[in-house]
Design a protein around this ligand. Structure first.
Ligand SMILES: Cc1ncc(COP(=O)(O)O)c(C=O)c1O
Length: 422
């Protein structure tokens, strides 16, 4: 018999009673009654506390990797908490600038920046552009004049195999990202970029992967980057993001503080010049635990092998289980403290057998058709990877704080989805 859900997987302000869960002082049952399901609920206090923790360890050197979850409210929140915002495409840049965050706090990534995206980043005078490949360097050379000052880092591939899913591993040799250290491309890129009039090269950047629990990969990365740039006189070194979070019971993830301390220790051990600012760009660790997704159960179907429980969302609002086999927990919002003895396969409403949210979810006996189910730790790479597959509208996103709920992204409508028809 599975015990009640561990509160450590919930947002910081979550309070459980026998019949309800409140987050940010707001009842989840009332929220569902007002806004319907599926619904993403983010606890502002958790978001702000993770931003502050990151700011405390990396000072002004931390950027929020907006790919993990982006909307205007999130960009503003991270900016208010003193973080830069990292964007990977022109679309992300557009949302961040529309939100009112100044370009001077934006870091532009991308392994295939279009000429327009690159030009936009240059003319907007973003804080840093992270250079990924030789074609981009030539594109930049054509764009920038010697009277300008375009601040850049160069993305390098240290050849580190982070201990994580292969689809989110990026530091190894065989990757589309960055310049290889081992092949000598990284050194050639540094020399080439230093030769581009109008470009100021501040240092190197690397990102070894995502959902990483152990600091060893980061220490290896820092040792390689530190060695690579010895004598260059750079003032910045970015270790990327990648800190993992616990999604299910039994998983343990270092805190942002522990991660930052391990990175600082690794930099000292590698002999990195103390004038070099250590930069980081966490995404998941800032937003994942801050949110939960609320669904309504629509059908329960026992078959010979198991029981299927279908909810009103699925792979369109959380593609991670399908993409990476990621695990989640579930609980019943009306019985959050009850034991969870019933095993079900929690599935969505899409026309795919693979549309599975949780392979084996444990729920109370009382959970029935019409119950509201929550999946915690869904704040990262859920909404941001959401799709309209099967023309299912994207859920609304609510921020809660101090007893108030505000819609930051309204629920998508059929009209929204039809607007591209010509
Ligand atoms: C360059 C870069 N920086 C930061 C991140 C954020 O990673 P995470 O959300 O695992 O912290 C990513 C994620 O893919 C990335 O590609």
């Amino acid at each position: 018999m599975a015990s009640p859900l561990l509160a450590s997987l919930l947002p910081d302000t979550a309070v459980l009673s026998d019949v309800d869960v409140s987050v940010g002082g707001v009842s989840m049952r009332e929220l569902v009654a007002t806004y319907g399901t599926p619904l993403f609920v983010y606890d502002e206090d958790t978001l702000r506390s993770r931003c502050r923790e990151a700011r405390a360890v990396f000072d002004d050197g931390v950027a929020f990797a907006s790919k993990a979850f982006l909307c205007g409210a999130m960009a503003r929140l991270a900016f208010e908490e003193g973080l830069c915002i990292d964007v990977a495409t022109g679309g992300e840049l557009d949302i961040v600038l529309r939100s009112g965050v100044p370009a001077s706090r934006v870091i532009v990534h991308g392994n295939n920046k279009s000429p327009e995206e690159l030009e936009h980043a240059v003319t907007q005078k973003v804080h840093r552009i992270i250079i990924d490949n030789f074609d981009e360097i030539e594109r930049l050379r054509a764009l920038v004049s010697s009277s300008q000052s375009v601040d850049c880092l160069v993305r390098v591939t240290p050849g580190v195999e982070a201990h994580t899913h292969e689809f989110v591993r990026t530091g190894q040799e065989d990757t589309k990202f960055g310049f290889s250290v081992a092949s000598g491309d990284a050194r050639r890129a540094i020399a080439t970029l230093r030769d581009v009039p109008g470009v100021t090269l501040h240092g190197v950047h690397s990102h070894i992967g995502s959902q990483i629990f152990d600091a060893e990969g980061f220490a290896e990365e820092i040792a390689i980057l530190s060695d690579l740039t010895k004598g260059d006189g750079f003032d910045e070194l970015c270790v990327g993001g990648g800190l993992g979070v616990a999604y299910v019971e039994g998983e343990y993830a270092p805190t942002i503080h522990e991660w930052g301390s391990a990175i600082r220790a690794a930099a000292a051990k590698a002999g990195l010049d103390s004038n070099v600012r250590l930069l980081a760009e966490p995404g998941r660790a800032i937003v994942a635990q801050a949110a939960l997704t609320l669904y309504r159960v629509g059908a329960i179907k026992p078959v010979s092998a198991r029981t299927y429980m279908a909810v009103d969302g699925g792979m369109s609002d959380n593609p991670r289980p399908v993409l990476y086999g990621s695990g989640y927990e579930a609980f019943d919002v009306e019985h959050p403290m009850a034991p969870r003895p019933t095993a079900v396969r929690l599935v969505g409403k899409h026309c795919e057998s693979g549309d599975v949210l949780i392979d084996e979810a444990w729920l109370p006996e009382a959970t029935h058709v019409g119950s509201v189910i929550a999946t915690p730790v869904t704040g990262a790479y859920g909404y941001s990877m959401a799709s309209n597959y099967n023309r299912v509208p994207r859920p609304a996103v609510i921020f809660v704080k101090d007893g108030h709920a505000r819609v930051v992204l309204r629920r998508e409508t059929f009209d929204d989805m039809a607007r591209l028809e010509v």
